[in-house]
Write a protein that binds this ligand. Structure first.
Ligand SMILES: *Cc1c(COP(=O)(O)O)cnc(C)c1O
Length: 421
């Protein structure tokens, strides 16, 4: 249930016809549903009911401030992975004590800004980072709350580019080394050790890797407590997958995930944090695009859209599948034909789908890429000097542009010509 449904023969976002928004905003654009964002946040929040917890939205999935504010108003914290995300979360009104800072390469200026602006905790990924955080915190007369991100050496069984929990990945500290690192951390004057962090990957469609990882975290919690550390918070990362096709088998539900957390970690009496990104935003957003040309090739027909790989890079980057649907509802049983669906960018990689069965489409028709809300707009670029794709948020019968499409002057005027030219 994602609130992008056909009604009276056309696609709606909640109670707004998608075609009306396209007429007002122009294409391509991202379109999010408030009700879907809300529903997905609530599913996680409810799944952890009965345990002290905070759902910290991994804002790298979709970081428009209107989305952040929608979620923060429901009680969400934020998981940030850069100084820019930290500043953006603050600008959206999220207080520092609800912001968790993750990432393997936090710079000194990012760490200082977070300590000055307030931070719920740093998830520390290496010993050198630990020393730097301690030094900066001390210089500011503060202590930094930290967890250490442990790498449990678990195979998340997901796409290689988004697996993070194997020993060969750059993330975290090997779990076997964790006790030594915690012992070291406890001696540092600027550090307050509060818990453990783990995040094994993204788009997980099976709970088994989580179970393996969380059992290791449970064991480590007991060991660290026996070593004298006050482990009181467990950050369990994000990564729960979403269905990208309506036919494929359903990934686990947040409620199953919550039950697994309770079963593996509930007895430890820790505050639980989770960092879902994709499951909150993914099916809460679509990319709306218009057919520019239908081109008859040799043995295949191309649908050339005004959206391209710079607007949605997931198919090119992760071989990702997105369902692509016409905005005008096809009549039931309508004849379908195969299309290669492509954008106008000068690369063969600018291909969204090959041999995709679609009802016959014509120049000017609108299509929607489903499940495009996460890792869509945030990964967009201006490649080919195509303006950064705008974003729109729907709520009931209202919609608002939450990021304007820049005009050419705005893009071009960012360049400066050196004095010798
Ligand atoms: C990317 C990331 C997440 C979110 O992953 P999703 O698959 O979008 O849920 C959470 N925590 C960390 C540390 C991440 O890097």
């Amino acid at each position: 249930m994602d609130h992008f449904l056909y009604r009276d023969g056309e696609l709606y976002a909640e109670d707004v016809p998608v075609a009306d928004i396209a007429a007002a905003v122009g294409t391509p654009f991202y379109l999010y549903s408030t009700a879907t964002l809300t529903r997905h946040f609530q599913l996680f929040d409810d799944a952890l009911d009965g345990m002290e917890h905070m759902v910290c939205y991994a804002m790298k999935a979709a970081s428009n401030q209107a989305i952040l504010k929608t979620l923060a108003d429901l009680g969400a914290g934020m998981d940030v992975v850069s100084g820019g995300e930290y500043a953006r979360a603050k600008a959206a009104g999220v207080p520092g004590d609800r912001i968790v800072f993750s990432g393997v390469g936090k710079t000194r200026s990012e760490i200082r800004a977070a300590l000055e602006g307030g931070i719920r905790q740093f998830n520390v990924e290496s010993e050198p980072e630990l020393f730097v955080i301690s030094e900066i915190a001390e210089s500011l007369g503060k202590t930094a709350p930290i967890t250490v991100r442990v790498n449990p050496d678990v195979d998340a069984k997901t796409h290689a580019k988004i697996a993070t929990g194997k020993s060969e990945n750059k993330f975290g500290i090997p779990i076997a080394k964790a006790r030594a690192v915690y012992a070291e951390a406890a001696t540092l004057p600027g550090i307050d050790v509060i818990g453990i962090d783990v995040h094994i990957g993204s788009q997980l469609t099976d709970l088994a890797p989580y179970e393996l990882a969380y059992l290791k975290v449970a064991e480590l919690t007991e060991q660290l407590r026996a070593d004298g550390h006050d482990i009181r918070r467990l950050d369990l990362g994000g990564g729960l997958g979403i269905p990208y096709t309506r036919s494929n088998e359903a990934p686990p539900l947040p409620s199953d995930y919550g039950a697994l957390i309770k079963r593996t970690l509930g007895h430890l009496d820790c505050e639980i944090e989770i960092e879902p990104g994709r499951l909150i935003a993914g099916n809460a957003g679509i990319l709306v695009s218009r057919v520019i040309y239908v081109k008859e090739g040799e043995g295949r027909n191309f649908l050339i859209l005004d959206g391209a790989m710079n607007d949605l890079i997931r198919p090119a980057m992760y071989d990702a599948h997105h369902d692509i649907v016409p905005v005008v509802e096809p009549v039931p049983g309508a004849e379908q034909q195969p299309y290669d669906i492509v954008g106008p960018v000068c690369e063969s990689g600018d291909t969204f789908a090959r041999n995709r069965m679609m009802p016959p489409l014509q120049a000017g028709d609108l299509v929607a890429f489903r499940s495009a809300g996460a890792y869509g707009a945030v990964m967009a670029s201006e490649y080919n000097t195509r303006p950064l794709v705008p974003e729109v948020l729907a709520k009931g019968d209202q919609f608002a542009v939450i990021r304007e499409r820049p005009d050419f002057d705005e893009i071009i005027n960012r360049d400066t010509i050196p004095p010798w030219l």
